[in-house]
Design a protein around this ligand. Sequence first.
Ligand code: TRP
Length: 454
Amino acid sequence: MAKFDPTKRDSFGTKFGVIAAAAGSAVGLGNIWRFPYVAGENGGGAFILIYLLFIIAIGIPVMLSEFTIGRRAKRNAFGSFKRLAPNTYWYLIGLLGVVAAFVILSFYSTVAGWTLEYIYLSFSNAFAEKTPDQLTTMFETFKAGTFRPILWQLFFMVLTAWIVIAGVKKGIEKYAKILMPILLLLIIVLDIRAITLPGASEGLDFLFRPDFSKLNTNSILEALGQAFFSLSIGMGTLITYGSYINKKQNLTSTAINVTAADTIIAILAGVAIFPAVFAFGIEPNAGPDLIFRTLPNIFQQMPGGYFFSLIFFILLGVAALTSSISVLEVVVAYFVEELGMLRKRATIVAAVSITALGILSTMSWGVMDDVRIFDFNIFELLDFTASSVFLPIGGVFIVVFLGWHLGKRNIKEEITSDGLYKAKLINLFVFIIKFLAPIAIAMVFLHGIGLLKF
Ligand code: TRP
């Protein structure tokens, strides 16, 4: 096996490339599928305000922490901890990240596969003249099948692996630079359609007029969890991407730009979806099925619905792809740098084994539905373990590592790029990562596993 040579490490080329790649990771199913339904279930506007607060107070600091650790060490998530804290157990956090990446991509590719089926269905005009019940049955039958969902999942994983094999600059960065502007364009088209629908204002009111009576402590914690998933933090994805950022780039402004892009796309997704939901008399709290069951219904009643449906699901697929490559890269970078594999082989081994687990998660909606662990099917178990257990644990230890182990002097050197940039808010940042963020994240975690009830 070829030994990894640190002097030949790949990296991102341009400032726009860094932002496109990291925003590509952040913007995904979490923004367009998860954010609207979670906001919908939690009453809309008031939830969004709390979400924004968490994004600013905790999301940006955690993201900046990941970039800082990655660029300081210039290694994969596991190797970064080994390098910055040799002869300690901190590398376990990196290992947890690699495992989490494995698990997240396995079920993420299931939903991404559904998205591809819905691109195909939109294209073949399959929603036309169907009743809401028929559309629901259509989704349920598809999801419970074996051949089709697995086929789409395989197809999606091949696409993901194909981009990752090409490398950081010539794969991830190149495609992110093309796909992210397309994504922005598509969502703006959808937004224009949505806000010109008769009755759109009710949807916009729902999103932007906060009604605090609809909030409970549960929604506050849900908002924090959503912030984590949406920003791709807590798992070492952004440690890995940070390790490809060169020293001339400003980490603070990168973290702020990426967070802003992620947040804006989430809001734009809400604006694309809720006016239509209200205009066609659908309940905003339809839950995780909101997109696959209700949107086709909306599209087929809407003028121009054929095209808007196609655009919507392509948008979702593109967003999922630029996120999935970032998750696969975590595992690939680990295989290449720690196990000395060649990139191509590492990507194939990672993608094949993730897909094997992913097939189980896809089949858990159909033939394997009776395999239950704590009442969860395999998909739900993988989702819960990764999102509600691994991410928060990872998040706490990432900020604690930076704040308490690396310390202020190292942090300052790294985020100022050795004095090239100013770091006016460094004391606030250090305070947040030492105290505020770990405590807040720990609360989400304890709530997620049911140890803390409000
Ligand atoms: N943030 C992506 C989304 O919104 C998903 C994702 C990519 C992710 N990398 C991650 C989530 C790392 C958690 C951790 O769909």
